[in-house]
Ligand binder design. Structure first.
Ligand code: BMA
Length: 308
């Protein structure tokens, strides 16, 4: 039997750059998502005409129709280490606060950064949290694993895990990262395996807890630089143990708004939630727009487990 694919919402794209909003003139894409207070909250990457990225905020009651959208960015560069932009937000709810990991871009290259918010309009920035190396695609698990906070992130072309005692420790761990980068392959969770992800892999939305394991949706990049979407299931207590992995992509660029935009042939998932039995995934199309796609979660997990 063929693996469940993500089925696109018929009204895609759900968010596109708005005329007259210079801060998102070049793109409104790669949305992070969280369900809270009966609404889905989305933070997306907005790019201006000088290619500087900021975050825009929008929310939806039914998952696809936008009920509010900020007329100004809610998070923007304010330090040297993010002088070229704040990109690709992922949202994790944790003890009543929303933690947002994002890529901070500067002349040093991409680094991973953390901010937090209670209302998506006001943010506290906690600074860079990763090693002083090119790093991206950081997500936080939504609960402690064996008492510790866990993150996934991407050094080189692969995905690694790191554990911390507290959010304060995540933020002030220079010594920790110095040791970590010496042997980061020891912390590996995922590396490219199939041709469609041969160039690199990176986690998309934060892991979703299911009774069968952590569901992790990720992007894979082929040699031809086509971005596609895959999924893995990780052991709940030992998340370096991959229980299942899709052999074929569950979403790939097919529509015009995925094949043509600012960067062609990109579907880039950043947010996912489970609601009413559906896995609802939010992704960017061709670095220009935001889209939604879904699959019935039980069937999806049945099929994924068969791929073991
Ligand atoms: C990644 C990030 C994403 C982007 C993708 C495809 O490195 O910059 O924001 O969607 O490349 O261009």
């Amino acid at each position: 039997m063929a693996l469940s694919k993500l089925i696109r919402f018929g009204g895609n794209p759900i968010i596109a750059p708005r005329p007259g909003q210079d801060w998102e003139a070049f793109g409104a894409f790669n949305p992070g998502a969280v369900y809270a207070g009966r609404e889905i909250h989305l933070l997306y990457r907005a790019v201006d005409t000088k290619r500087i990225s900021r975050l825009g905020y929008t929310r939806t009651l039914n998952g696809t129709e936008i009920s509010f959208r900020s007329s100004a960015p809610v998070l923007e560069p304010s330090s040297d280490w993010e002088e070229f932009g704040c990109e690709d937000p992922r949202i994790t709810p944790f003890n009543g606060t929303f933690y947002v990991t994002y890529t901070a871009f500067s002349r040093q290259g991409p680094r991973i950064a953390l901010a937090s918010t209670k209302d998506f309009l006001h943010f506290d920035k906690h600074g860079l949290i990763g090693p002083d190396r090119n790093d991206k695609d950081c997500v936080i698990f939504p609960e402690r694993i064996k008492g510790r906070i866990a993150i996934l992130h991407r050094l080189q072309a692969k995905v690694q895990i790191a554990y911390f005692e507290s959010f304060e420790a995540v933020n002030s761990s220079r010594e920790f990262w110095k040791e970590y980068v010496k042997c980061f392959d020891d912390y590996e969770v995922l590396r490219p395996k199939f041709p469609w992800e041969a160039r690199k892999v990176g986690v998309g939305p934060p892991p979703i807890k299911t009774e069968r394991g952590w569901l992790v949706i990720y992007h894979g990049v082929s040699k031809e630089r086509v971005y596609r979407v895959g999924a893995i299931l990780l052991d709940l207590d030992e998340p370096t143990k991959v229980l299942a992995r899709t052999r074929e992509p569950i979403l790939e660029p097919e529509m015009e708004f995925e094949k043509q935009g600012v960067v062609p042939n990109v579907v880039f998932p950043n947010g996912a939630i489970i609601q009413d039995g559906e896995l609802l995934t939010y992704y960017g199309g061709a670095d220009r727009v935001c889209c939604a796609a879904s699959a019935p979660i039980d069937e999806f997990l049945d099929d994924l487990e068969r791929e073991t």
